[in-house]
Design a protein around this ligand. Sequence first.
Ligand SMILES: *[C@@H]1O[C@H](CO)[C@@H](O)[C@H](O)[C@H]1NC(C)=O
Ligand SMILES: *[C@@H]1O[C@H](CO)[C@@H](O)[C@H](O)[C@H]1NC(C)=O
Ligand SMILES: *[C@@H]1O[C@H](CO)[C@@H](O)[C@H](O)[C@H]1NC(C)=O
Length: 400
Amino acid sequence: MNKKPKTWSSVSLNMNQKRKSSSLRRLFNFVFLLAVVFLIGNAFITVDYKQGSIPGWSSIIRLNLGKLKMCKTQLRPLGSETLPRGIVASTSDLEMRPLWGAQRNKNPKQNLLAMAIGIKQKESVNKIIKKFSSSEFAVMLFHYDGTVDEWKEYEWSETAIHVSVVNQTKWWFAKRFLHPDIVSAYSYIFLWDEDLGVDHFDAKRYVSIIREEGLEISQPALDPNLSEVHHQLTSRDSKSRVHRRTYKVIGKARCNENSTGPPCTGFVEMMAPVFSRAAWRCAWHMIQNDLNHGWGIDFQLGYCAQGDRTKNIGIVDSEYILHLGLPTLGGSDANKMDSEQIDKTKTEDSSDKSKPSSTSQMSSARSEVRKQTYAELETFKHRWRNAVKNDECWIDRFQQ
Ligand SMILES: *[C@@H]1O[C@H](CO)[C@@H](O)[C@H](O)[C@H]1NC(C)=O
Ligand SMILES: *[C@@H]1O[C@H](CO)[C@@H](O)[C@H](O)[C@H]1NC(C)=O
Ligand SMILES: *[C@@H]1O[C@H](CO)[C@@H](O)[C@H](O)[C@H]1NC(C)=O
């Protein structure tokens, strides 16, 4: 058989020879194609001089072709593709709104303080929240002991957002209630423990310092005289305003000006981190839904620093805090304490000394929690290694 390309003449030739239905179909297809080409071509011509008239088929086709081209590149929030863009509200905030009448507060709050708290730490929690002026900070409280009403004596309690779920950690709450789209209105997010001393801390000054220094992730320095300091990097240097690295020898690491990562530079501890909006959006994704204690995240936070972690992560020395290191759910470092310190705090804490059995139950719960944190740390490290191995497109920007 002659395998010529199927031109018009070959088609008609075939028709003359054998009146097969397949040839007829081919002809029909061809005619249809011609019609479409004519229509579209017509559209390009007619619209040019029929401006203002009611759009016909041709111009509709042309319009949609144009739209298709233009909209291909537009990203829409997942799930909102069938809605017109202008109606899509993909972010929220924690502002209270009146049931009727005009908006009372015309100045939305700039930043957010979020804490996991229990009524046993009433005094220190009150002191902390009072340091965050109500006009600039939204306050969100996670009650891990189910106690909400007992906080009503404080004026700030009225305007705070209260979330109460028993026996959950700060990270559990943060993963569920601080979704980046919900808190995107806030420039900085303070995700703090409750066992912090804030006599030498001013939130407003702190924010102006980190803004000036361009710190995407930060924490106030820890007073080394009165705090539990687990990492040299976060210890206060009384001679500086902000520091970003330590020059000490830490275990095997000899920290110096050339160090590029933890434990020498580029991380903060988890008791009082402060995130920029962008850094939080990243960090939220790193928090594992099922790992409640957040261990291991601190050393990987550099990946959320929006650039160079040795520059964008820092410790503020001029506004510093005390870390009391109480073994509470709102105090994530409780588990790092040695048993002697736990015993000491236990006797200080237990108001009811006639019930030694409940105290020993508490300390056994604590040792279980401690075990859990180490197990979770290993799980997190394992997941990170796997994720790196399995993601061919990921580039390690901090590769040594
Ligand atoms: C919360 O934890 C405490 C102490 O570990 C325990 O006694 C209590 O039963 C727990 N409550 C819930 C609802 O799990
Ligand atoms: C710790 O105590 C020493 C000696 O009293 C003092 O010089 C230093 O400033 C204190 N450090 C801080 C961070 O307050
Ligand atoms: C840091 O790096 C520079 C340049 O490579 C080098 O000259 C210097 O000795 C290094 N410093 C330390 C403490 O290793």
